[in-house]
Design a protein around this ligand. Structure first.
Ligand SMILES: [Ca+2]
Length: 500
């Protein structure tokens, strides 16, 4: 029986820019896990160092309590293979936390800060240094910090520490200090009235950026962000009104020209998102207004990756309305903040339920740490990582067909668009009696899944089985269950039957 070949498609044309920066894929690589919060990640010489509040690590796929290996608040992994490495100095005492990790410019030394009194068997005071070769504790860098170290930055000339402390080596240093690589206190001095949580060196611009939750720096109003002179600690640049009251800077990162701020606010009228500023002149480039307490930022190939629990993101291009849904990873264009189609996700997890807490590019791999217990809805605790490819993730929620037929042989199929974590445009494969008859495409997101329609023409009186599948171009879903449509001809009633 000859079927009419004519078929019409109703699809939306691609609306988003085709010039979008290319993101990593949203498919996590197999990664070890910790049994507690990861606060900090650093990369040096092919190794990713992990600091946090945990006692054990376990392999990919292992449930809590299974196949655990002791690692006290510090662990090291091969950045590429993810393999656990023997570098295993335990950090303990006081707050039992490693909060900050930073490698020296040539990767020879790893500086470690937090709240601890023991590094291995050595008595220390919340800041030490390791030789990355051999993972040995250095004897020279042993500053005495009066309290928590939350941030470390290293230049060719100084090791900067930030945190809650007010004394270093018995001398007054209010929440920021600079030391030599052998642990001697440098004259650099600034008065900051609240915790320092992020440090970012821009020596070529004559600046050390300092972020945290403070209001006064060196006697002036400086809300949570300031640039200091790297040698003296005097204020070199202010960012007035960039951050409202009760909003802190949680993390800072940079590329060649810009710096990027991760902010967390508490209460109403606060700033919870990301902003970009020029390292040189200090002008603001953009600011987004998503809510959801940004904890971490990393920049790679023109894309700013962030960890937060983003919600109410409607005023940011590519963003989403307030709804049931919280998105714990985002990728944005560094040019103009628009949200790119990269939506791997975690749960909030343990601790404060913030999900990701740390991001680090390790070569071409993005490592993420935090307090989550799932990644893309599968169990995975506190560590995960993403690469440029290959894309292994098939679209989410494959469609099911509904349909009807007219007596003249016109078959109308409808379905709800699927969505994919790292592909905006998906292709729908429509099969009539096992033969591909159409492949319309459409853009969709998890929060915007339009109803799609395809109209087929068949011989009046004929009966057909339709199936649909969806592909991101690399990964196709299984074909749906068959929808049996009978175009009953000029006489008789129209019938449609979905077979389950
Ligand atoms: Ca995909």
């Amino acid at each position: 029986m000859a079927l009419l070949a004519a078929a019409s498609l109703i699809t939306a044309s691609a609306s988003a820019a085709d010039t979008d920066e290319k993101t990593l894929t949203a498919d996590p690589l197999a990664t070890w896990q910790t049994d507690g919060i990861v606060w900090s990640l650093e990369y040096a010489n092919g190794v990713v160092y992990v600091g946090g509040t945990f006692n054990k690590v376990r392999p990919p796929g292992a449930k809590p309590g299974q196949r655990e290996v002791a690692r006290k608040n510090f662990a090291a992994f091969d950045a590429r293979t993810g393999r656990l490495l023997p570098c295993a100095l335990p950090f303990s005492g006081a707050g039992n936390t490693v909060r900050a990790l930073k490698a020296s410019p040539a990767d020879a030394v790893l500086y470690v800060g937090g709240s601890f009194t023991k590094a291995g068997r050595a008595s220390v005071a919340s800041a030490v240094a390791l030789n990355t070769a051999g993972c040995s504790l250095r004897k020279d860098f042993r500053p005495t910090m009066s309290s928590f170290v939350r941030a470390i930055e290293v230049t060719d000339n100084a090791v900067y520490l930030g945190g809650d402390f007010t004394r270093v080596n018995g001398r007054e240093r209010e929440r920021v200090a600079a030391l030599t690589s052998s642990g001697s206190l440098l004259p650099f001095k600034a008065e900051i009235d609240g915790p320092v949580r992020a440090l970012l060196a821009a020596p070529e611009f004559g600046k050390l950026l300092v972020g945290g939750n403070f209001n006064m720096v060196n006697g002036d109003l400086e809300r949570s962000l300031v640039a200091l002179r790297p040698v003296t600690g005097k204020t070199v640049l202010s960012y007035p009104d960039w951050l409202p009251l009760r909003s802190s800077v949680q993390a800072l990162t940079r590329d060649a020209t810009n710096f990027y701020v991760a902010a967390e606010g508490r209460g109403t009228g606060i700033f919870d998102g990301r902003l970009a500023g020029r390292l040189g002149g200090g002008e603001m480039v953009w600011k987004d207004t998503c809510l959801g307490a940004t904890q971490a930022v990393a920049v790679h190939n023109g894309v700013l990756y962030s960890g937060s629990h983003a919600h109410n993101c409607r005023d940011t291009p590519g963003g989403f309305d307030e709804g049931h849904f919280r998105q714990h990873f985002l990728a944005q264009s560094v040019r103009d903040r628009h949200i790119l189609h990269w939506f791997p996700d975690t749960d909030g997890g343990t601790g404060e339920g913030n999900g990701p807490r740390a991001l680090k590019m390790a070569g071409q791999i993005l490592w993420a740490g935090g307090e989550f217990t799932t990644v893309n809805d599968r169990p995975q605790q506190s560590l995960t990582r993403f690469t440029a490819g290959p894309d292994r993730g098939a679209p989410q929620e494959p469609p099911q067909l509904r349909g009807s037929a007219s007596r003249t042989g016109r078959v109308t199929l409808t379905w709800r668009a699927a969505w994919d974590r790292d592909n905006a445009e998906l292709k729908y494969l429509i099969y009539r009696d096992g033969k591909l008859v159409a492949s319309p495409t459409r853009r969709s997101t998890e929060w915007n899944r339009p109803t799609m329609r395809y109209t087929d023409s068949v011989t009046p009186g004929s009966r057909h089985r339709y199936r649909i599948a969806v592909t991101d171009g690399q990964n196709a879903s299984a074909r749906s269950k068959a929808l049996v449509v009978a175009a009953v001809g000029a006489v008789g009633a129209e019938r449609t039957k979905a077979r389950r």
